[in-house]
Design a protein. Sequence first.
Length: 332
Amino acid sequence: MATMKDVAAKAGVSVFTVSSVINDSKRIRPETRDRVLAAIAALDYVPNSAARSLRTRRSDTVGILFPLFASNASRAFFGSVAEGVYDVLRRHGFHMILSNADSAAVEEQKELDNLIRKDIDGLIYAPVSCGRVTLARAAFPIVIVDRDLPGSACDKVFNNNLDSSFAAVQFLIDKGHRRIAYIGRRSGYSNHHERFLGYRKALERNGIAFDADLVKSAASPEAGGIALGYSACKALIAAKATAAFCNESYGTIGVLKYAHERGIRIPDRLAVITYDDFEWSEIVDPPLTAVRQPAYEMGVRAAEVLMERIANPDVPTRKHKVASQLVVRGST
């Protein structure tokens, strides 16, 4: 196994210079850096990360805490976010530890505490238990993604939930719909609350009275999904709704299931827009109009923000918004 001394001899430099290149010192000339990196590659040298950590006081490891197992929709969405995070961390020479956040606050806190004990350099975190956890013991920078954690002084990366929901409902209004339903969570998580506010804002902007009978919501952040969409569609057809805005994909599946069983034609009898654009949105009949969340881009931005924060810990924290896109298909 090659040593640092072997690399130094092959590159014609000192051991100190090899160490400086490995630790990304800015004092090394580009041509010297290239020579050392070529020697490292030729000898297949692997730096001792533990020793490097002692010198730099960094582990070059980032923790990721996402609700990966909450539902199939969560797995798909946060899997794409994690992929974006991974690609950025890899470019910066960082590794990641991926953990699952449970909907129970006690279990979520355990996972947070476990990551804190891992001596990580930072954390990218999607809160699950609605602010019932504490980050006080964390001595590293944190970037919160997708949904807010009240009272947390962290960098944050969110989708523009309110604006994208407003645009989706406005699109239905422009198509002539007035009896527009809202299906899904409207509280608990900040992102779902903002989607509901976007729905309300579009109605108010167009002089359409809010009708509580056209809102079908889950009783808690953990509830909802296919069963809610199915029962909501049944009630909304009776209430003479002509369009439905579903704030998550699995509620949309429930709507489609009921419509298929009852022979309800989409969009002739009921136009449908779903929040989240998964692969199956294009292959159902008719293909679904959807708000496409930039999950991968959110992961990229969150990781970039964390890298900037690790390099410059004293700059003020910021809230970053990533834009969504309304993809129009046959369901409207």
